[in-house]
Design a protein around this ligand. Structure first.
Ligand code: GTP
Length: 362
């Protein structure tokens, strides 16, 4: 089991944001285990106090239980357990091992930050209760003097410990914020992708086509470059759905997408703008060139075989309407209207053919 799979423990079957929180809990759990272990070694090896070192190893093990609980799909219990162990540990450190001059109780600052970042938004009670408890315990530790600490520390060592607490607190805050900033960035990218992509074919959706297509067309107009729209509509698709079912219909759409994509260039914008309607925006392309590509696409679609059974295949065809940008059609909606008129002619002409729209004014 590598580090990545340990970090991902318990994230199966969780929603995207819950999985992120669990992952972060696992990372914090492991970091805390490491820090607590280092302190244990410090007590045993450098401060010559094995009993405190071994008590601390017990806390180290307790922190590790957090990761076991998340692995067992108990994320909420794992988080409550982690913060409870942390707060008890800090109390023991400050009021049993040493004194508040060590600054151990400053670690209580991590509790509200951690609780609000790690618990789900709906787990308000847990967030508020743990934060309030951390505040109470911080002030309790700050205002009580441990008269009989298990380890007597010099002012210099206390100062060193105090600095190490501040260092690790800052480090943990930085790591947590970094992880969350990365997750937010990843979530934003995923949401943007979902909002602009058709889930079945993974092509750009209607909304995305109108924004990206407009920008491509505007560039073509500004630089006086050719620009052509190819509108594609599967023939008698309703019959395919009715005869073979929607799943076969979906397979058909996926196969047609693959065929179209394979014949598109990098700069072409391919989108699914309706149920069985696709559009390709082809920058830097004249009508006659787009016509050739569309003709090739039509042939490839008609040759495409969608397996129904071991011995039976389904073949479908598509009709094409093409329109080029002209002086009288410089808007995406004008071009789409013209391509749609040409497509209507293709359907009228018996389907499975390509029809260009000729601008009479041109
Ligand atoms: N399987 C499947 N079918 C869809 C999807 N979106 C739309 N459809 C179907 O596509 C069919 C479109 O039918 P029509 O608009 O009548 O067109 P057509 O049967 O292709 O006829 P022509 O365009 O005249 O050749 C309808 O039956 C819709 O239910 C989808 O995502 N998956």
């Amino acid at each position: 089991m590598n580090l990545k799979s340990i970090i991902n423990l318990g994230t199966n079957q969780q929603s995207f944001s819950s999985a992120n929180r669990i992952r972060t809990m696992n990372i914090i759990g492991l970091i805390t285990v490491a820090i607590s272990f280092l302190y244990s070694l410090n007590y045993i090896l450098f401060l010559d106090n094995p009993s405190v070192g071994f008590i601390n190893l017990g806390f180290t093990f307790a922190y590790f239980v957090t990761n076991v609980l998340t692995a067992k799909q108990q994320p909420k219990i794992a988080k409550i357990w982690f913060f409870s162990v942390l707060m008890l540990h800090l109390l023991v450190c400050t009021n049993v091992y040493v004194t508040n001059a060590s600054g151990f109780h400053l670690y209580y600052f991590l509790v509200p930050t951690g609780a609000f970042l790690l618990f789900e938004l709906r787990e308000r009670l847990e967030q508020v209760t743990l934060s309030a408890l951390a505040m109470v315990l911080f002030f309790y530790c700050e205002n009580t003097v441990n008269e009989a600490p298990l380890i007597e520390l010099s002012a210099q060592v206390n100062h060193m410990l105090y600095q190490s607490v501040v260092f690790f607190t800052m480090l943990e805050v930085i790591v947590v914020l970094y992880i969350f900033a990365k997750q937010i960035d990843k979530n934003e990218k995923q949401l943007t992708l979902q909002a602009s992509t058709d889930s079945l074919t993974r092509l750009a959706n209607r909304h995305s086509f109108f924004t990206e297509g407009k920008s491509l067309l505007d560039k073509a107009v500004a630089h006086q470059l050719p620009f052509t729209l190819v509108l594609i509509d599967l023939d008698l698709f309703k019959t395919i759905n009715d005869k073979h079912g929607h799943l076969v219909g979906d397979k058909c759409l996926i196969e047609v997408t693959k065929t179209i994509k394979a014949l598109c260039r990098e700069q072409d914008l391919c989108a699914r703008i309706g149920g069985e309607e696709f559009v390709i925006a082809t920058p830097n392309t004249h009508l006659h060139d787009a016509n050739k590509v569309a003709e090739r696409m039509r042939e490839h679609i008609a040759e495409c075989k969608i397996p129904l059974t071991d011995s039976q295949n389904l073949q479908c065809t598509a009709s094409f309407g093409i329109a080029e940008k002209t002086a009288s059609a410089k808007e995406l909606k004008d071009l789409l209207m013209r391509a749609d008129k040409a497509l209507y002619m293709a359907k009228e002409n018996g389907r499975n053919c390509v029809k260009p729209y000729y601008d009479k004014a041109a």
